[in-house]
Design a protein around this ligand. Sequence first.
Ligand code: HEM
Length: 287
Amino acid sequence: MSTRRLRGAAAASPDPGPKEPIVEFAEVTPYEQYVGVRQLQALVRTVTDHPAEPSFLVVTQVMELWFTLLRREWELAQRRLRADDLDGAVAAIQRSVHHLRSLNASWGSLLWLTPAEFNGFRDELGEASGFQSYEYRHVEFLLGLKAESVVRPHRALPAVHADLERALADPSLEDDVLAFLARRGLPVPTEVLDRDRTVPHEADPVVTGLWAEVYRDPRPANDLFVLGEALTDVAEEFTTWRQRHVTAVRRAMGAKPGTGGSAGLAWLERSAARVVFPDLWEARTVL
Ligand code: HEM
């Protein structure tokens, strides 16, 4: 954060003591210019006066920002992998694990939400549902959880829709890892490297075997083992997000249908069961 300092009385005194923060600014504070607190506050537009609604809205908005940060880290990891900079990729993936843990901690702010309180503003949400979160879809697509059907709701926002369509067809982080392993000389099957990227990658016995080999040497000096563990942390933390969401839903609305039109709990449980980085999990069975 850059600051242009206006000298105050404290700074001019002969014995200023411990330096005090700057309190004089010719314009809006540099903090405000950088963070945009007024813009953030303007976005907390509740649709009811129910006291439970601000937490629901703010937690949702905060989670959207975490999704954006995750997306940035994983897109950076992809660029580093494509440049054969494994250290740079692992650094971004490991950072993302910390972000995921913070994202997951946000569920704590909704644990108190009872069905009676949720009912107090739920009807006013209309058909709005997290199912329509396009940033969450980017997160899923980067993790290899591809599905054409979840792109469709965003047709009315052409730039968002085009971006998601591109992400659907582009390599996921998992695809970039597999391509990197192949460039490192591991015999990743061609049909895995050239597969249809618009659908999820199923565990492949050859790739599973390759990871099992990597995991036979579980030392920090084995850089592929470190990569595998960073990706496993991502898969575990992301799964935790989905499981905590399911629990939050069960707690706040039981098995009622969702505002987005799904069966609710049963539908979410099925969606949350999809496996992230299946080869890395299968490798544990092989070992
Ligand atoms: C206790 C509060 C919450 C309840 C009761 C709830 C309920 C639901 C339900 C029933 C669905 C299924 C789709 C539907 O028919 O609407 C859903 C999907 C979803 N919700 Fe929530 N939700 C809550 C909080 C959140 C928060 C804070 C977020 C953060 C962005 C979120 C993000 C999502 C996402 C991304 C999906 C799609 C999941 C998938 O496709 O597997 N939800 N939610």
